[in-house]
Ligand binder design. Structure first.
Ligand code: ACO
Length: 331
């Protein structure tokens, strides 16, 4: 069922430092050729030591507010999707709220890894049904902080970044036409960071055992990803009462070009309708879908009325999908 909630404005931010496949060749036993053929990634952005999630999230949020022409004081809710908050508490959303001077906004974080942004927009729609009017949803991760740059199986995959959207009411038939979020906790250990929480707090032994870094069973995650992207996308297309032919743009989570292409092929969406930027950003976790969407809008590729299919997946295991009819608002 349509929520009459749409996107008023978008923004994105990445750190200044670029890490290329060539650079990685000097850190671990890998090659540009291996990374390119197995993942499609050519480069990623890595935050400087002094840059935290709130810095990137704030920069993306400022752009989104300007694009939406909505003053910060009119935002009544800020949702930040992140697995790399500035600190365990307060929520990164509160830190960003203060910097934006969005004094009328409630603020909290959502933890759903790479699906976080999809969870954020689902919650945003639900909160708007409760009466919230302008919701800022930010997906941000400084995932490089959780990466062991001696582990070639993970360090080539990820990059840092932020994307943000302002949600607001739109004309009937526009905005989010159908959506879902889901989880399968039986796969929690397929992709996780063992330490740094209440089970294994930071201690010398956990640092020495490299337990603060991402552990990933790549092949299992790969299989899950291709399956769930197709299943979840088909469910929301069904809910929206449309088939894949009607989708103008498929904007999936950017983890690996092979996952994207395999899923698109199974869904029957040809390459010209699939948005891919993983080559330039790597996997930016919760930021990946909103960065891709912001680029699509910036390039003028999202025409009024176009149907856009968004799909995210990630640790948890989690997923989320949405069909969005672009536009329908007057700025
Ligand atoms: N450079 C060179 N060789 C490598 C590298 C590397 N960077 N990494 C692994 N290899 C080697 C392996 O050691 C292995 O060697 P072996 O055959 O001698 O044992 C060989 O390459 C093949 O390794 P596989 O893991 O089987 O390679 P695969 O084709 O599965 O690709 C990859 C690995 C890219 C990680 C893939 O499995 C994948 O993309 N999985 C999904 C990951 C993902 O999307 N994660 C994010 C989820 S979102 C979130 O919430 C964070």
């Amino acid at each position: 069922m349509a929520s009459n909630v749409g996107i008023y404005g978008l923004g994105k931010a990445v750190p200044g430092r670029v890490l290329t496949n060539k650079d990685l060749e000097s850190l671990v036993d890998t090659s540009d050729q291996w990374i390119t053929t197995r993942t499609g990634i050519k480069q990623r952005y890595i935050a400087e030591p002094e840059t935290a999630a709130s810095d990137l999230g704030y920069a993306a949020a400022l752009q989104a507010l300007a694009d939406a022409k909505v003053p910060a004081a009119e935002i009544d809710l800020i949702i930040v999707a992140t697995t790399t908050p500035d600190m365990p508490f307060p929520a990164t959303a509160c830190i960003i709220q203060d910097r934006l001077n969005a004094r009328n906004a409630a603020a909290f974080d959502v933890s759903a890894a790479c699906s976080g942004f999809m969870y954020g927009i689902e919650i945003g729609q639900a909160m708007m049904a409760l009466g919230y009017k302008r919701v800022l949803v930010i997906g941000v991760d400084v995932i490089s902080r959780l990466i062991d740059y001696e582990d070639r199986s993970t360090c080539v995959l990820f990059g840092d970044g932020a994307g943000a959207v302002v949600l607001g009411p739109v004309k009937p038939e526009y905005g989010f036409v159908a959506s879902e979020i889901g989880a399968d906790g039986s796969g929690a250990m397929l992709l996780h960071v063992p330490a740094g929480g209440s089970r294994i707090p930071a201690q010398i032994a956990s640092i020495e055992a490299k337990q603060h870094y991402v552990r990933m069973y790549g092949r299992e995650v790969y299989k899950f990803a291709v399956r769930i992207v197709c299943e979840s996308a088909e469910r929301v297309l069904n809910k929206a009462g449309i088939t894949a032919d009607a989708v103008r743009w498929f904007v999936p989570h950017q983890a690996n070009v092979r996952i994207i292409e395999a899923a698109a092929q199974r869904l029957g969406i040809e390459p010209g309708r699939v948005y891919i930027n993983v080559d330039r950003y790597g996997n930016t976790s919760a930021a990946s879908v909103p960065i891709a969407l912001a680029e699509l809008a910036e390039a003028g590729l999202a025409e009024e009325g176009a149907l856009i299919l968004l799909v995210g997946f990630g640790a948890g295991l989690t997923w989320g999908s949405a069909v969005l009819r672009w536009g329908g608002y007057s700025k």
